[in-house]
Design a protein around this ligand. Structure first.
Ligand code: ZN
Length: 434
């Protein structure tokens, strides 16, 4: 059967990649190449199957699509039943595609595929007299992208204007967030430390779908030259721990606490020993930082610790308090809700979601009130940055140095294309600096 498809594909010109439900999904890179069918003259290769494809329109239901798509009523209801077992038809978005194959002779329906979302497809096959359906993950490949540029005004401007191969806006925005809020959170204050003429080089890895879109990405290496002073970050896995960022010399960039517990729009009230309270109408200290953010924005634990309070806290509204090592503690107020299942006594890890931005308690609008204490005394969270990550030592150092030079070389080359991304790019586009 599979062979028949391949011969058909030759006859159908240019559809080799989609011929047969299995050929596209089969991991083709590591397999020994399948024996090629003899090259028959086109005239001899009469198609044994025909393919049909249709797309769900705006406001259309799946039943309507099936009705429109030249399936007969029995076929449509059998297939709808299979689809329903795996996917709520109401969850399908306009643009979802349905494709199926039919025998040229006799017109028997052979199989059907439906793209459910960017990462999953439903494959329905006829096995004997029965239909059999399964959801298959879209295969992905990996590539690396080099992004380089100079600073004119801000980090955002610099990354948006940076030279890189075919890097969409949404990816650039994500890279900005990762650099500012995670990777260099404690090393560079991007709102103050950047000067016109400073430069950067970033190498990141993407997981790429067959259509060329990225599913996820992570920064492998980043270098900033700020007035002649270099800041570097390289992702590296120490033998037993997880992956972490280290500078070029192998020092850990990890700090005991996150710089901020959320992605925020702006700071509406900084830490101060005296400020005018908008609701109480009098001056009193503000022993925390207020971050304005959209309601529902996830709030992360700034460090590992134990939950000492999770629930209603009077003026704080819904709040969480975490006790960390070495006498530190953190408080998060005005939450719309505490994360489901989070209770007093639970252990939390740095970065874990503990609740969502709201305006409960004494709050004029949605924001997070974040407090940080040392031995019970409120301190400015920005002043505490002790290092917790171990440097790269011993036998790992050689491997670390190799990794650093390999990534610097990859930066010079401008990254590497995966077989999927390569399909989308022009041959020269993968070189940075073009
Ligand atoms: Zn506050």
């Amino acid at each position: 059967m599979a062979k028949a498809y391949r011969i058909v594909a030759l006859g159908m010109l240019g559809v080799v990649g989609v011929a047969g439900a299995g050929s596209f999904l089969a991991p083709s890179t590591r397999e020994a190449p399948a024996p090629r069918p003899a090259l028959l003259p086109v005239a001899y290769a009469a198609p044994v199957e025909q393919r049909f494809q249709d797309t769900l329109r705006e406001g259309e239901t799946l039943s309507e699509l099936l009705e429109r798509s030249r399936l007969d009523a029995d076929e449509a209801s059998a297939l709808l039943a299979q689809l329903r077992e795996h996917q709520d038809p109401r969850g399908l978005r306009p643009g979802a595609t349905l494709s199926y194959r039919r025998a040229t002779e006799g017109g028997e329906l052979r199989g059907l595929e439906m793209k459910l979302d960017a990462d999953r497809r439903l494959v329905v096959r006829r096995r004997g007299g029965e239909w059999d359906a399964e959801v298959e993950e879209v295969p992905t490949g990996h590539d690396t992208v080099a992004l380089t540029g100079k600073v004119e005004s801000s980090l955002y401007q610099a990354v948006m204007a940076g030279r890189g191969a075919d890097v969409p806006r949404v990816e650039r925005e994500r890279i900005v967030d990762l650099l500012a809020d995670r990777i260099f959170a404690w090393q560079i204050d991007f709102s103050r430390d950047l000067q016109p003429g400073d430069s950067y080089r970033i190498l990141y890895e993407r997981e790429v779908r067959p259509d060329g879109s990225a599913r996820s990405w992570r920064v492998l290496g980043a270098l900033f030259d700020l007035g002649g002073h270099e800041h570097s970050a390289f992702l590296f896995r120490a033998s037993d721990g997880g992956e972490d960022y280290y500078d070029r010399t192998g020092e850990s960039l990890r700090r005991a606490f996150l710089r901020a517990p959320l992605e925020f729009r702006r700071i509406t009230s900084a830490f101060s020993t005296s400020r005018f309270h908008p609701i109480l109408k009098r001056s009193r200290p503000h022993y925390g930082i207020d971050y304005a953010a959209a309601p529902g924005t996830p709030i992360h634990a700034v460090g590992d610790g134990v939950v000492v309070q999770a629930g209603w806290g009077g003026g704080y509204g819904n709040m969480v308090e975490i006790r960390h090592r070495q006498g530190y503690s953190s408080r998060y107020g005005h939450m719309r809700a505490v994360a489901a299942g989070l209770h007093r006594g639970d252990r939390v890890k740095q970065g874990q979601v503990i609740g969502y931005v709201g305006s409960t308690g004494l709050a004029t609008g949605p924001h997070l009130h974040y407090e940080f204490r040392e031995d019970g005394r409120p301190v400015n969270p920005g002043s505490v940055k002790y290092i917790t990550g171990e440097p790269v030592t011993g036998g790992l150092r050689a491997r670390f140095r190799e990794m650093v030079s390999a990534r610097l070389a990859a930066l010079d080359r401008g990254g590497s294309a995966s077989r999927y991304a390569a399909a989308k790019r022009s041959p020269n586009a993968a070189r940075a600096g073009d």
